[in-house]
Ligand binder design. Structure first.
Ligand SMILES: Cc1cc2nc3c(=O)[nH]c(=O)nc-3n(C[C@H](O)[C@H](O)[C@H](O)COP(=O)(O)O)c2cc1C
Length: 224
């Protein structure tokens, strides 16, 4: 695949085959991801790759905690209320996903089932938990650098036929993730990436999200 093909064709994958991912392949993908640039080459990112029983315990604990009403304990700052412009984009992708899955607006059970799937990281065979060194907590650079590496990770995975969805639903109950993935206290949990072989028959996997037009995304100054 060319670089353009990887970038243009990659989509978030939310339905996976029940087929293990070889550790050597994940190592190959991470080796590419860590080629990402970082501020002062700090390489603050760390990846904890979880599969099998520990991952099942994360799914179960995350879901149980949320259903029991335990507060969201994701370890990054969030908006209290999503601004209207961004909320519009969120609604657009949700409509596309629900449309593909045949989940109607008033289908409460169908919607709940979809949300629960998210809390289970879409039952992916692998979850890569991205963390960064706690000594950098409070700087915006560490999340920026983790984002660069995580984007590189999902693109590298895609180039090898693996599908991913970067997700924060899976780390909603961070103590469970920390305990089961054995993440030390000197690490801040940034995000997780559900990874596996895409199930080509899963309708949501075909959804292509829209991007704002180039003239909305970029301004050019001094070119005339
Ligand atoms: C930081 C971050 C958090 C995300 N969290 C979730 C999530 O919790 N659940 C989910 O289904 N998708 C999640 N996504 C995936 C986005 O919805 C997706 O990237 C976006 O809609 C664009 O679609 P695409 O990845 O198919 O291009 C997340 C993506 C990012 C970058």
């Amino acid at each position: 695949m060319t670089y353009d093909e990887v970038v243009r064709e990659r989509r978030s994958i939310r339905g996976f085959l029940d087929k293990p991912v070889p550790r050597a392949l994940i190592e190959e993908v991470i080796a590419l991801a860590v080629r990402a640039p970082s501020s002062f080459n700090n390489q603050c990112w760390n990846f904890t790759v979880v599969t099998g029983e520990p991952l099942d315990r994360i799914r179960a604990g995350n879901t149980a905690g949320i259903l029991a009403g335990r507060p969201d304990s994701r370890e990054f700052r969030r908006f209290d209320k999503v601004p209207e412009l961004h909320r519009g984009r969120q609604i657009e992708i949700a409509k596309q996903l629900f449309g593909a899955m045949g989940i109607e607006r008033d289908d409460k059970d169908g919607r709940q089932d979809w949300v629960l799937r998210g809390f289970r990281q879409f039952d992916a065979p692998v979850s890569v938990v991205v963390t960064y060194d706690r000594v950098l907590l409070g700087s915006d650079i560490a999340p920026f650098d983790c984002g660069a590496a995580t984007n590189a990770l999902v693109n590298a995975a895609w180039s090898r036929g693996l599908g991913c969805v970067i997700n924060s639903q899976g780390i909603m109950q961070s103590p469970v993730v920390r305990e089961q993935a054995e993440i030390p206290d000197d690490q801040v949990i940034m995000i997780c990436v559900a990874m596996g072989w895409p199930d080509e028959t899963f309708p949501a996997n075909a959804v292509v999200s829209r991007r704002k037009e180039l003239d909305e995304a970029a301004r050019f100054v001094g070119f005339d």
